[in-house]
Design a protein around this ligand. Structure first.
Ligand SMILES: NC(=O)C1=CN([C@@H]2O[C@H](COP(=O)(O)OP(=O)(O)OC[C@H]3O[C@@H](n4cnc5c(N)ncnc54)[C@H](O)[C@@H]3O)[C@@H](O)[C@H]2O)[C@H](O)CC1
Length: 494
């Protein structure tokens, strides 16, 4: 897991060091890291560094200071280093160091500045860092120049990933002290490009992180172990309430994903066309026809095998089907681990959530969930601060909330957050969420309910990582749809 921090948390960690007069040392480390990455980018782009051209857009604060010291180091290596002064005041010591090293400071609107920008091989965006309060008017950058953001792209909120309209998209962000949350959520990944973290020695001053980014090692840790003496029941039996006359395909996708993710046994609660299709498309699925008993925990369930169910996956493709809606309600009453998606989400209420419940809304569904919980929030609010609202949902519903989007945000009701960025826009395809539900359901069916809810959130985040990895792997070969995703959902597990 990679810890990520808000801008405020980083500034709080820096504060005691600044009080001890260590600001220059921190800035020197930041500048060194920025210079090293700029040299690498120059080598990649031009095959050399000597005689190349770097322009930095310099704002009023320490972010500009970092870049001025970095430019000085580049000038000393034979790079033509130009600082464009965007504001009346810039970091004095940094500007002096640059001039001593042979670099140049240019006025923002001067013809020289425009010429320098047009000829730049690399542009360093150092207008605003963690001290930004909104965006700033920034010059246009040429399309063919590499853009490196200093700490954060200027105008990108370091905590939320919200962007001001002028924000320049970077190819690379060299960030200092620790990863910033805003680089991995909201619009952050789109604007930050690749992210490199430079250790400037904040060490123990960094407290608990804002969130964690999931890595492949976390997936291995989170997944259930397959016991040598396992049998189909001990591996877990998933009850899947999915499909309707209108949307039978969603059930097929979820069922296929659950089977390929290694569920011990799958019981699909479905009728009509869904049941017919399942019989041929997912023969591993054991069908249960008709309505579930309203009281599944009561007597009578053992005979039809429903009592063997260890977890539920609810919602894919049930649409407006009344019987399936009643089945969702019956399943929820069992108190077994549940993943609820799509049309099942409205049946989970703030009082019926629980520590074995995973809710998987997309943006519109999250808005509806929050509104149903009595919170006044719009889609725009959620997009501006997705982590905040996913946390609200997790707390309001006392459940794990997996908020689907370009970055998937997983929150536990205890306030911990994991983010999966291992994904591709190619996963934005109909049925992709049904596959994720099947995968989470399969993992949940082996879930030990004695384990803490934070581990359940980690399991959900691991599922998002695996789902993303399959998408990434498939995309390398060709474009793909949800059927291929479901077919390959188990492949990273092998
Ligand atoms: N503190 C350290 O020793 C280190 C900091 N590092 C780098 O410093 C920045 C944070 O520096 P800070 O000076 O606090 O903030 P900014 O550079 O982002 O600039 C704040 C400055 O800008 C003004 N301002 C804010 N918003 C706007 C706006 N929209 N338009 C115009 N002006 C604006 C504000 O009033 C302040 O004057 C951090 O990101 C690092 O890059 C290094 O990490 C080393 C250690």
């Amino acid at each position: 897991m990679i810890p990520a921090f808000t801008g405020e948390q980083i500034r709080a960690a820096e504060a005691p060091l600044l009080e001890r007069g260590e600001g220059d040392r921190l800035m020197a480390k930041a500048a060194y890291g920025l210079a090293q990455h700029t040299l690498r980018a120059l080598r990649e782009r031009n095959g050399r560094t000597y005689g190349t051209r770097v322009v930095a857009l310099i704002g009023p604060g320490n972010n500009g200071g970092d870049a001025l010291f970095a430019l000085a180091k580049l000038a000393a290596r034979g790079v033509a280093a130009h600082a464009i002064q965007l504001t009346q005041r810039i970091h004095e010591a940094g500007a002096a160091e640059l001039k001593r090293a042979g670099g140049v400071v240019l006025e923002k609107d001067s013809p020289e500045a425009q010429r320098a920008i047009a000829a730049a091989d690399v542009i360093i965006d150092a207008a605003l860092g963690t001290g930004a309060t909104g965006g700033m008017s920034l010059p246009e950058v040429p399309r063919d120049a590499r853009v490196i953001a200093c700490d954060v792209p200027s105008g990108l909120h370091a905590g939320t990933g919200r962007v001001a309209p002028e924000t320049i998209r970077a190819d690379l962000t060299v960030t200092f002290g620790a990863l910033k949350s805003g680089l991995v959520v909201g619009r952050g990944p789109e604007y930050a490009g690749r992210v490199e973290v430079i250790d400037i020695g904040l060490g123990d001053h960094l407290g608990a992180p804002d969130l964690y980014v999931v890595e492949s090692a976390d997936v291995v840790d989170a997944l259930p172990r397959l016991e040598r003496n396992a049998n189909k029941y001990s591996r877990g039996v998933l009850g899947l309430v999915a499909g309707s006359a209108q949307y039978p395909g969603a059930a097929i996708l979820s069922a296929r994903a659950a089977v390929n993710a290694g569920v011990g046994m799958l019981r699909t609660i479905a009728d009509g066309l869904t049941a017919e299709l399942l019989a041929t498309e997912v023969p591993e699925s054991v069908a249960h026809h008709g309505a579930l008993p309203a009281n599944l925990n009561g007597s009578g369930s053992r005979d039809n095998g429903l009592s063997r169910i260890t977890a539920w996956a609810l919602g894919p493709g049930i649409g407006e089907d009344k019987q399936q809606q009643a089945n969702v309600e019956s399943a929820l009453k069992t108190g077994l681990p549940v993943v609820a998606d799509a049309s099942a989400l409205p049946y989970v209420t703030p009082s019926s959530g629980g520590s074995h419940v995973v809710l998987t809304p997309h943006l519109g569904e999250l808005e509806r969930m929050l509104t149903a919980a009595g919170l006044r929030v719009s889609r725009d609010d959620i997009e501006a601060d997705p982590v905040r609202w996913a946390r609200w949902a997790a707390v309001s519903y006392n459940s794990v909330v997996l908020f689907k989007g370009p970055s998937t945000i997983v929150c536990s009701p205890e306030g911990f957050t994991w983010v999966n960025t291992n994904s591709t826009p190619a996963l934005a395809t109909a049925g992709s969420g049904d596959v994720l539900t099947g995968l989470i359901g399969a993992l949940l069916s082996a879930w030990d309910t004695q384990r803490p809810v934070n581990d359940l959130a980690k399991l959900a985040a691991a599922a998002a990582f695996l789902h993303g990895q399959v998408g990434i792997d498939l995309e390398r070969r060709s474009s793909f749809g949800a059927t291929a995703l479901a077919e390959h959902i188990g492949s990273p597990l092998v």
